[in-house]
Design a protein around this ligand. Sequence first.
Ligand code: OAD
Length: 444
Amino acid sequence: MNSNDKKRSFEQTNDNTASNKIPKTNPKGYRIPKLVRDANGMFKSPQIPIHEVHLARKALRQHGISEFLNLYLPENATGSDLLSVVFLLGRAKLEVGFDIDDSENLDKIIKILKSTINRVLSSRDKLQDINTIEDTVRLIREAKNIIVLTGAGISTSLGIPDFRSDKGLYAQLQELGISDPTDVFDLEIFQDDPQIFYNIAHMVLPPGDVYTPLHSFIKKLSEEGKLLRNYTQNIDLVESNAGIPDDKVIRCHGSFATATCQSCDFQVDGHELYPAIREKSIPLCPHCKDEREKDDDALFPASFGVLKPDIVFFHESLPKRFDTSIVEDVKKCDLLIAIGTSLQVAPVSKIVVQVPASVPQILINRDPILDCEFDVNLLGLCDDVAVLLSEKLGWTLNHEKFNSIKDKGFTVREDLEEPGLYVIKPKSNAAEEKSDLVEQVKQE
Ligand code: OAD
């Protein structure tokens, strides 16, 4: 496949004058659902089964770009057809602020398709011989240098919202009228108007001295000498509550532990900000406060003397410790477990491709991640999955909920079309307790 072939195949799709009679199907006969925009005008992945996504990604890798597009696109492909393939290749959400069926915009969609194709071709391929929960347990038993990559989903059982779920923080902020909720964590916007962040900062304040069974599981990995590092995107400091040693935790997006003056860099203990944050007011630096308050004519920038928690905003660099650790850690890592994250934010999302492709990767998450290929996907609430794995490893977690979760038992449903995909739920009633769902599904 050379670049001319690639160009040709894209050009071929450019002619959308003829009527689009060919059904939008891939070689397996799967029909891509109609694309719809959500309330904010974003295109959301149209619920494509994960095995269809993985089939398409595999076809792209095996056949190359030109052949893949010939197989998956109708002859006179429209903008919708191209965008459908973008979603079929695993993109979760897309902000497209133009009419996708206007032929004038076809070039823009081709660009999106090209970048999606490049992402697939540079992503890791699933290891064929690692598929089961038993494989996962064996890998954890044998591993000595596990990277645990965590996100907001590991703290939701404490009542802390994640970001991108239907009831997550971003949805809540949109309900409050903030059209682009990531703005509240944008450094440039903070510098223009810190009140925007302080209006909502109370919603992301760390909880008291609590932690989850999943946090206890990470601590257990550390006690067993298996945890190389926990790269967390969370700013809630719950890892410390659980007793995971500080040297094992990289807080990639910073935390509320400290706060820094935007003018003189004076650093304070993050707790000092909590009363102001709860009142939605702007905390000020003790050294710059007087000068700011003297400035009646508002000649200073809006963020003069404002304390900002040391959480990493968009347009801000990650802590130095992230950069120094990740280079060495990916070389040592013998197992990667991603938990409670949608892996939508770089550079943390790139860790899965920085680790050598031969190192096994496991996902523990409520929802699948379509644009990554994990060897085993354990889909369910992470506290449940942590207890299930601990039980199989012969471990007891030091958490008050461990026994009650364990005693309830689990139903484990294996997806028969997608190797390595399991849905894990607590048993909820007597009927379920009697039936082994894996068997049930096999018989269907
Ligand atoms: P997201 O909200 O993007 O993803 C959370 C993931 O956790 C989703 O895939 C959920 O399905 C899953 N989840 C939720 N509850 C769960 C549970 N109890 N058990 C298992 N899975 C569960 O959050 P992050 O990936 O952490 O950055 O987001 C990354 C970054 O985006 C954040 O650090 C934040 C945000 O912008 C900054 O603020 C800089």
